[in-house]
Design a protein around this ligand. Structure first.
Ligand code: GLU
Length: 297
């Protein structure tokens, strides 16, 4: 199978050094492996995505010396695919409609033992299950006003777990992972239920979610190696169960270390000072950028 990787930025702000590192690393690895480097524009968040940021992504990546096949996949063109996957999960009784807002969730989790630590996962507070009983409702997938659709994680684990795997799933990490080690990463049903919970699969403003779109898109693009920042390591556990539910292959994962500022803080899109376009304007070269992020010339 041809090594195929991707860079999947969201056009919600300028690319910074951290993005440049991720994109150049993926591009380098594709070249080293005689593989393909693809680009995908993750623009499901219509309230924040802007055409000018998308254009700047192309300009920045070209300036960095990267190339990719066109046309580029854009998530906003794939709404029907997301809808079809949601319908199938809904029809299998694996989702429920949830009308809780952030405040409701925070109130529900803090009520029982005041002062106790509130469990959080990749998407924030673990959902306390308030609306889970709605999963008995069947019929057309609802996209009603004021509701999100959640995955019933315990039910999802139950349907994909077989006698032979005893509720254990795996993915292969070729990068560092959070503990600095690669190898086979074990994901148990218990992990998923306790540290991810009933994750949102469709947000009311998007009709999908990051987790659902990313697994469908990686599969549609034939991605064999996902190269991305360590901050997404925990989310990969969710992606593995979604692969199993949706009958998609699980790629290999390479989570790379994050580029930090002088204070050790992770770079964010709002750190305009480190926008690639700023470096470009200030007369830096792509080689300077490679040096700054520690990639060989
Ligand atoms: N769109 C995500 C971001 O910009 C990246 C998702 C991924 O690589 O899986 O952070």
């Amino acid at each position: 199978m041809t090594f195929t990787t991707r860079f999947a930025p969201s056009p919600t702000g300028p690319l910074h050094l951290g993005h440049a590192y991720s994109a150049m690393l993926a591009h380098d690895m594709a070249l080293q492996n005689n593989g393909a480097f693809l680009l995908r524009i993750e623009d499901i968040d219509r309230s924040r995505a802007r055409p000018e940021w998308e254009q700047q992504i192309y300009d920045d990546l070209e300036w960095l010396g990267l190339s990719w096949p066109t046309p580029v996949m854009r998530q906003s063109d794939r709404v029907d695919t997301y809808q079809a996957a949601l319908t199938s999960l809904w029809d299998r009784g694996l989702m429920f409609r949830c009308t809780c807002n952030r405040k409701d969730i925070a109130a529900a989790v803090s009520a029982p033992q005041e002062g106790a630590e509130i469990p959080t996962g990749p998407d924030g507070i673990i959902y306390p299950g308030t609306c889970r009983a709605n999963s008995n409702v069947r019929g057309n997938v609802p996209f009603p006003e004021g509701a999100v659709l959640r995955l019933d994680m315990a039910q999802a684990c139950f349907v994909v777990t077989t006698h032979s795997d005893h509720g254990q799933h795996h993915f292969t990490e070729t990068g560092y992972g959070p503990d600095g080690q690669g190898g086979k990463v074990l994901v148990t049903d218990q992990d998923l239920i306790q540290t991810a919970g009933d994750i949102v699969l469709a947000r009311k403003d998007m009709g999908t979610s990051y987790h659902l779109s990313v697994v469908l898109d990686d599969a549609a693009q034939g991605i064999t190696h996902v190269i991305r920042g360590q901050d997404l390591f925990e989310a990969t556990k969710i992606h593995v169960i979604l692969h199993r539910l949706l009958g998609l292959p699980t790629p290999l994962y390479h989570h790379h270390t994050l580029i930090r500022d002088d204070q050790g803080k992770r770079l964010a899109k709002r750190d305009d000072a480190r926008a690639i376009s700023k470096y470009r304007e200030d007369g830096y070269t792509p080689e300077d950028i490679r040096k700054m992020v520690g990639l060989p010339l």
